[in-house]
Write a protein that binds this ligand. Structure first.
Ligand code: PPE
Length: 304
């Protein structure tokens, strides 16, 4: 990761190297925090953040779910994020807002811990590598199950929850794959370690519902909207491991991953092993929407 110049930290822009945290921060010990990931795209009218308000509202929701008293509104965080883009003079970037508990107390009871909020920006290329973006990722069903509603809050982006994703991702990478696919406790497909998943079968597009343990991804919602408006049949549906093996196409969606084709699952080619036409169409529409080329979706862009 290449450092940029400024990070917004508790209300002001500070030099990148000065945005520091104490080793006894509560969030470091117990994962008491919430974060977001937002992409800013270069457009003819300058840098534009994609669905910024939706991301910041989700962050407010995540903080609420974990009872972290986030001292900023979604509107204020959106303004601060655009300030970070301008201050760093970045034509395109990835934004990482985070709220976490700091010092003041240690032990599981977080009462008395300070609350800190930061927004950083840096350049982030293809999430699973350029090769995966072009030719499709090689994926393996994880031996780890996706966190469920029984123990955690799968719809929130709680920092501590991501140790589940880290375990799955490490396992997949160590075994030579690009990414993991996680099943839920019931054996249904939930999502990737940091992406939602879509399947195409007989021209029908399906994606697991949030009740399956999938995060309600903003890219997922975007792609569902774009494909439905384009005349495709798009449904939320429970997906089994065997559905994956019989699918014509499978792809990931996410802020960092954008639309990434999957070419292989558990050493079996998806379809003919090449990204299919619906995946290509989804990616094309998505890239046009995020760069302001599609007039009906320009309200999704916020210019820095
Ligand atoms: N599921 C998970 C578990 C997840 O973390 C993400 C985003 C998604 C689905 C897709 O959600 P959305 O970005 O709203 O479409 N993962 C973020 C963090 C990835 C990381 O490696 O860190 C992201 O893509 O920004």
């Amino acid at each position: 990761m290449e450092p940029t110049r400024f990070i917004w930290f508790d209300g002001e822009l500070v030099p990148w190297g000065q945005a520091q945290v104490h080793v006894l921060a509560h969030g470091l010990h117990y994962g008491t925090g919430a974060f977001e990931g937002i992409r800013v795209y270069a457009t003819p009218e300058g840098p534009a953040a994609f669905r910024l308000g939706d991301h910041m509202r989700r962050m407010v929701g995540s903080a609420k779910a974990f009872r972290i008293p986030l001292p900023w509104s979604a509107e204020h965080l959106s303004k601060a994020a655009l300030e970070v883009v301008r201050a760093n003079e970045l034509p395109a970037c990835y934004l990482r807002p985070i709220v976490f508990l700091g010092t003041g107390t240690l032990g599981i009871n977080p009462t008395g811990a300070s609350v800190h909020t930061a927004i950083a920006a840096w350049e982030w290329g293809a999430y699973l590598g350029k090769g995966a973006l072009e030719h499709g990722a090689r994926v393996r069903v994880s031996s780890w199950r996706r966190i469920g509603h029984e123990a955690l809050i799968p719809n929130a982006k709680g920092t501590g929850q991501y140790i589940n994703s880290v375990l799955a991702k490490q396992e997949a990478i160590t075994a030579g794959y690009d990414e993991a696919l996680l099943l839920n406790y019931g054996g249904y497909v939930a999502e990737g370690s940091g992406q939602n998943v879509f399947l195409v079968k007989d021209d029908r597009v399906g994606t697991p519902p949030s009740t399956a343990g999938a995060l309600e991804g903003i890219t997922r919602d975007t792609v569902m909207t774009l494909l439905a408006d384009d005349g495709h049949d798009v449904v939320e549906t429970m997906v089994t491991r065997s559905d994956l093996y019989y699918a014509d196409e499978v792809f990931f969606t996410g802020t960092a991953a954008e639309v990434t084709p999957i070419r292989e699952i558990d050493d079996r080619p998806v379809g003919d092993g090449k990204p299919g036409p619906v995946t290509a169409r989804a990616r094309e529409l998505f890239m046009k929407a995020v760069t302001g080329e599609l007039a009906p979706y320009r309200h999704w862009l916020e210019y820095a």
